[in-house]
Write a protein that binds this ligand. Structure first.
Ligand SMILES: Cc1cc2nc3c(=O)[nH]c(=O)nc-3n(C[C@H](O)[C@H](O)[C@H](O)COP(=O)(O)OP(=O)(O)OC[C@H]3O[C@@H](n4cnc5c(N)ncnc54)[C@H](O)[C@@H]3O)c2cc1C
Length: 263
């Protein structure tokens, strides 16, 4: 069972951060979807609910998503549906059920860098950045690779563009985690191919993306790009699927996603 000694509802981010770094067992609360499933003892539970971090805002050149925004807000937002072929709503709409999506938050998901995450895989093909209270602005790609010292994720920033994007995943049943998820995006000639839940966390297939960017986008070249992605990324086995199975479906999902972007 989750045990909480003290509860703090800070009025400022500075107050929240100070409390977070004060003691190792002090914790930020997101929607508590995962926290409540564990049995840890939290010293001070820091609730960000009063800090106005549940927003989706459209600026002149960017779209911003606050850390306390829920998956359901992402799913139903007209701004999110308008850009990038609605890849972000599409990446979360199948996760368990509306009740769960009403509580789980963008900030907790991205900060925790979950390997299985559908949302992170979709976000990574959009050149997104994360904004941390202490660490400032960092490219999501770098954040996923290196992580950071204890910090608070405040918001996500996505450059606004006409980037086309498609998300695909394979799962055994609706309420289970994905066996593999992928996202593919294209802006002008620039392609990005991302694969997550391998089961390791999402990564851009650099060689495959660059090959496709410099290709004529023929079916043979698309198949070759999918093959390059499978060869350059590492895959593993777990209870959901073997690495061989993941490699096989990866090729198929990438090809389908590229053809969908081009359609
Ligand atoms: C039953 C169940 C099934 C799920 N299935 C899927 C699935 O199929 N696909 C999928 O992609 N995801 C799935 N998820 C994960 C879900 O989408 C969220 O990623 C997860 O629940 C974490 O979000 P939360 O708001 O519940 O975080 P919490 O449980 O509140 O927090 C998780 C961690 O993040 C930290 N944290 C919270 N907010 C911040 C912040 N702003 N800055 C820094 N640290 C912070 C907390 O201290 C904690 O360590 C599932 C979750 C559950 C509970």
């Amino acid at each position: 069972m989750l045990a909480i000694q003290n509860y703090l509802l800070p009025e400022t981010l500075e107050e929240a951060y100070k409390a977070l770094i004060e003691k190792r067992n002090n914790k930020i609360l997101g929607g508590c979807g995962f926290l409540r499933m564990g049995s840890q003892k939290i010293g001070t539970a820091i609730d960000l609910s009063n800090l106005n971090l549940d927003f989706i805002a459209e600026g002149e050149n960017i779209v911003e998503i606050g850390a306390m925004t829920t998956f359901r807000q992402v799913e139903t937002s007209s701004v999110m549906k308008k850009y990038f072929d609605g890849i972000l709503p599409k990446s979360v709409e199948h996760i368990v059920g509306v009740q769960l999506r009403n509580i789980v938050t963008v900030g907790a998901t991205v900060y925790s860098r979950y390997g299985f995450s559908d949302f992170i895989t979709a976000l990574l093909c959009l050149e997104a950045k994360v904004v941390l209270h202490s660490g400032g602005e960092i490219l999501l790609e770098e954040f996923l690779k290196n992580g950071v010292e204890r910090d608070i994720l405040i918001k996500i920033i996505i450059p606004k563009s006409n980037r086309r994007a498609v998300f695909k995943m394979m799962r055994n049943s609706k309420s289970d985690y994905a066996i593999l998820n992928i996202s593919v995006s294209k802006l002008d000639k620039d392609w990005k191919i991302v694969v997550g839940a391998r089961p390791q966390r999402a990564e851009i297939a650099k060689e495959a993306s660059s090959y496709l960017t410099n290709s004529n986008e023929t079916v043979e070249e698309i198949e070759h790009a999918a093959m390059l992605a499978v060869n350059e990324l590492t895959f593993g086995s777990n209870m959901r699927g073997s690495k061989e199975y993941r490699r096989s479906i990866c090729k198929v999902l990438i090809k389908r996603a590229i053809l969908e972007v081009l359609s």
